[in-house]
Design a protein around this ligand. Structure first.
Ligand SMILES: [Zn+2]
Ligand SMILES: [Zn+2]
Length: 346
């Protein structure tokens, strides 16, 4: 099969012909029909993720068609249209048994712990636990765009952030994660403030539900601005970018008993950012993480998509071919365009 391969961290990936994957006894092989481009892939390529062994095929936001299933697989067969959470649970550990596959102790991640979906085919383990059936009307590109950023934001807003109608929600960073969070929080009846450095992204944030925006490049004190708009601070706030400044602001702009959810990755030199711990105690703030979402929780999200309350297709950005993916991956370290870029031609 054709795949995007890198042999050294930070060295340009190339298109190569590699052996087709075979399904594990409890796994499947999926013909990839769409796969999202994500900053996590860029981090992986740069060598920021120690679960990667070389040579490597990136890609973890995938949708496609099952082409082969192992003997132990009971729920899936060839021909079914599926997607999969980026954190693939083992289905047997304590966390999986308690329903928290997203933090499985033995999780695998396509594109990190094994070869991913920047390829014609990808192998996924523990298929019965992890595959998600796609609604017939959902395009593969939309389904791929859910895989990482949209589901992580859904969990961050709904399950971890516990956002209620009428609450103020601040979203720091309007990339794929941030825009997803804005759409989801707004659909739940929250008042969302979008924060970013570019007016272009903030204008788009307004179109998908933000009621207020802050351009951080023109606002000397973002925390103060959020407190003014919300009359005291956000109930829930999220760092969707993953940077010490946005993380700090997201905690500092909360009102008493507010909830901060960290979704943007903090890797390398950013792994141990400053936290206003004095405020965390005095205000009884909650600091939470969100790491993907369990396959069984997709159902509620899919229902909201089917009913038109959530429109993830609006967040699909540029569609490119696999041949264009190496250059697009390398470019992800810089400025991102609006929405989620997806490979749709293989
Ligand atoms: Zn597990
Ligand atoms: Zn991702």
């Amino acid at each position: 099969m054709k795949a995007v391969v890198f042999e050294k961290f930070g060295e340009a990936p190339t298109i190569q012909t590699v052996p087709d994957p075979k399904p594990a006894a409890d796994g499947v092989v999926i013909k990839v029909e769409a796969t999202g481009l994500c900053r996590s892939d860029w981090h992986g390529w740069m060598g920021h993720d120690d679960s990667i062994t070389l040579p490597h095929v990136p890609g973890h936001e995938l949708a496609g068609i099952v082409v082969a299933a192992g003997k132990q697989v009971t729920r899936w067969k060839a021909g079914e249209r599926v997607t999969v959470p980026f954190a693939v649970g083992c289905g047997r550990c304590f966390e999986c048994n308690s329903g928290n596959h997203q933090v499985c102790e033995h999780q695998t991640q396509p594109g990190f712990t094994g070869w991913g979906s920047f390829a014609e085919y990808v192998a996924i383990e523990h298929a019965d636990t992890n595959l998600v059936r796609l609604p017939d009307e959902m395009e593969f590109a939309t389904a791929a765009s859910l895989g990482c950023r949209f589901v992580t934001s859904f969990r961050a807003i709904v399950d971890q952030g516990r956002v209620k109608p009428g609450e103020w929600v601040a979203v720091h960073g309007c990339g794929g994660v941030g825009l997803s969070a804005i759409m989801i929080a707004s659909s739940m009846g929250a008042n969302v403030i979008a924060i970013d450095l570019t007016d272009e992204k903030l204008d788009f944030a307004k179109k998908i539900g933000a009621v207020a925006t802050i351009n951080a490049s023109k606002t000397p004190n973002v925390v103060k601005a959020v407190k003014q708009i919300t009359n005291g601070g956000a109930h829930m706030s999220m760092d969707a970018l993953g940077h010490p400044t946005t993380s700090f602001n997201s905690i500092a702009n909360l009102r008493r008993r507010g909830r901060h959810v960290q979704v943007g990755l903090m890797l390398g030199e950013h792994a141990r950012p400053q936290v206003p711990m004095d405020k965390v105690i005095a205000f009884e703030l909650e600091i939470l993480g969100s790491h993907g979402m369990q396959a069984y929780r997709y159902e509620s999200m899919m229902d909201m998509i089917r009913n038109g309350k959530l429109k993830p297709e609006l967040l699909v950005g540029k569609k490119i071919s696999l041949d264009e993916a190496p250059a697009a991956l390398v470019a992800m370290g810089g400025f991102e365009g609006i929405g989620i870029g997806v490979v749709t031609k293989f």
